[in-house]
Ligand binder design. Structure first.
Ligand code: ACM
Length: 527
């Protein structure tokens, strides 16, 4: 292979290297190019038929070419072949002057090779209409596979409902950056966003609120209702669209806290018997589910429908920020605690989560929950999504549980992007500049080799209390997601912020073509 390429010095490589984000494991660049034209054909092993259709759907609109599939190997061709020796999600991509050869162990690797190939082409390839451009691809040889298997993005569609069309566009943007998990935060105090056939009031009542808080201090309000939900048909469409792009949609159904919208719809799920409204204010909320068997049954019936819709091996049950005040004050909850032989309310919460863990495990799924599910004891099958500090991660991995790292310090994309907040849209607070995202290492120095195997990966969070539109989601997510993509995918030895920034300057030309409302790199107050 080396003979095909002129070896370049490190400096020359830096300038000539195509701007691929996330950076591949290894890349060698030649000094020639392959040009895709109207006669370029495809030669594809049968297992890659669907991926080849994706390739065509990516390249056809801007190039105007048809990419005919032929049975024989030929010059001026893009080939996709099987190589069982490559890593699970890995690929090899070799561009010579005559052809492009992709090899992968399975469709997902070939899909990632195609994402890389898109980034080797001129940025106009991302246009949806035909462009008069010469479609040159630099000669190169790339070997690539991801560092982590969970490359996640979380989107809160409960605080502000995001239309289905945006979720689909967002999945495309995630796939381009080789993310493979979209965790949809579907339920919270301020809205229930998924149709459940058995309990129609969850959306009839729970999907709509009377008002929206605009600022916390002083408290100001929008003065109009907000709402929306996904029908089961919408969910099926989102899940299928994501599957074609190798993104797993992980549903998050919050319990026992963050549940006021459900209690507003069905007051018997609460502790006080009061008729509540769907919440309008943000914050940690005392209205939580009660601990009756009937409530556990209700939620498991909800999960039955959720499991039908989402093939994801992981189901997120929230578990964060559940104040114990109402359980302390409720005679019924106190009697339940005694009846179950539990010492305190933390154990009661742990018991609640264990009911869900048993339920999911019996159905061949895995429970994942936020840091607080550690309190009172971690359920046997649980995976911990760590947002509250490294101690929790250490406790989980030491006892053989898997973790996904989602710390506020490096992955909360609802935080401000620069210190000069006067130049930024109103946000929840915090500060998480691009450079800090880039620094993140989800493997902690205090983890042993064995423990670090329990780190499935990393995820960024988009809580939408103050993120009110799809365009604002894009502003908060990009370019920080580009940095996190590299944290999740690229080998840590290759991480170099200056090099990343050079590539990012080119990469944003692609985001421009895609009309992504990213935060400009040079904006005033940029850090
Ligand atoms: C969280 O930020 N409450 C998980």
């Amino acid at each position: 292979m080396l003979s095909l390429f002129i070896l370049l010095t490190a400096d020359m490589q830096m300038n000539r290297l195509p701007s691929i984000i996330p950076a591949p494991q290894s890349i060698e660049v030649g000094d020639g190019f392959f040009e895709i034209d109207g006669r370029t054909t495809l030669h594809v092993a049968p297992e890659f038929d669907r991926v080849a259709s994706m390739l065509r759907s990516y390249l056809a609109p801007a190039t105007g070419f048809t990419f005919e599939k032929i049975e024989s190997v030929a010059l001026n061709q893009i080939g996709i072949a099987l190589d069982a020796n490559l890593a699970d999600e890995g690929y090899r991509l070799v561009v010579s002057e005559n052809r492009i050869d992709i090899s992968a162990k399975s469709a997902v690797g070939a899909f990632y090779a195609i994402q890389t190939l898109r980034q080797l082409l001129p940025p106009q390839v991302f246009e949806s209409e035909r462009q008069e451009v010469s479609w040159k691809v630099p000669t190169c040889a790339i070997e690539d596979s991801p560092r982590f298997s969970w490359r996640g993005s979380h989107l809160d569609v409960a605080r502000h409902f995001m239309p289905k069309e945006f979720v689909l566009r967002y999945i495309d943007l995630l796939a381009l950056h080789k993310f493979n998990v979209l965790q949809l935060h579907l339920t919270d105090d301020q809205g229930w966003r998924i149709e459940i056939k058995k309990y129609p009031k969850l959306t009839e009542i729970g999907a709509f609120r009377k008002d929206t808080m605009l600022t916390y201090s002083p408290k100001t309000y929008e003065g109009k209702p907000h709402g929306g939900f996904y029908t089961q048909e919408d969910i099926r469409e989102i899940v299928a669209y994501a599957k074609d792009r190798f993104v797993t949609v992980v549903p998050e159904i919050e319990m026992p806290g963050h549940s006021q919208a459900a209690i507003a719809a069905y007051p018997e799920l609460g502790n006080t018997g009061k008729q509540l409204d769907v919440a309008v204010d943000w914050g940690v909320n005392e209205n939580v589910f009660n601990v009756e068997d009937s409530t556990i049954q209700f939620l498991q019936n909800v999960l039955d429908e959720v499991l039908e819709l989402f093939p994801s091996p992981f189901i997120h049950i929230g578990g964060d920020e559940c104040p114990k005040t109402q359980w302390q004050q409720s005679e019924r909850a106190q009697a339940r605690m005694k009846e179950l032989g539990l010492a305190n309310e933390n154990e009661l919460q742990s018991w609640f989560i264990k009911q869900m863990d048993d339920f999911l495990t019996k159905r061949g799924r895995r429970l994942v929950g936020w840091s607080e599910i550690l309190e009172g004891g971690l359920a046997p099958g649980a995976t911990l999504m760590v947002w509250l500090g490294d101690e929790g991660a250490m406790e989980a991995v030491s006892s053989g549980h898997d973790v996904v790292m989602a710390q506020t310090t490096h992955t909360y994309f609802d935080y401000y992007q620069s210190e000069d907040t006067s130049k930024e849209p109103h946000a929840i607070g915090g500060l998480l500049p691009l450079s800090k995202v880039y620094e993140y290492n989800p493997i902690l120095p205090q983890m042993s080799r064995e423990q670090s195997k329990h780190v499935l990966g990393v995820q960024f969070q988009v809580w939408t209390e103050y993120i009110r539109t799809p365009s604002q989601v894009e502003y908060m997510v990009f370019p920080r997601a580009c940095a996190l993509a590299e944290v999740a995918w690229s080998p840590i030895e290759k991480r170099n912020y200056d090099d990343f920034m050079q590539r990012l300057h080119k990469h944003i030309e692609r985001l421009d073509v895609l009309r992504v409302n990213y935060r400009p790199l040079q904006s005033p107050g940029a850090s």
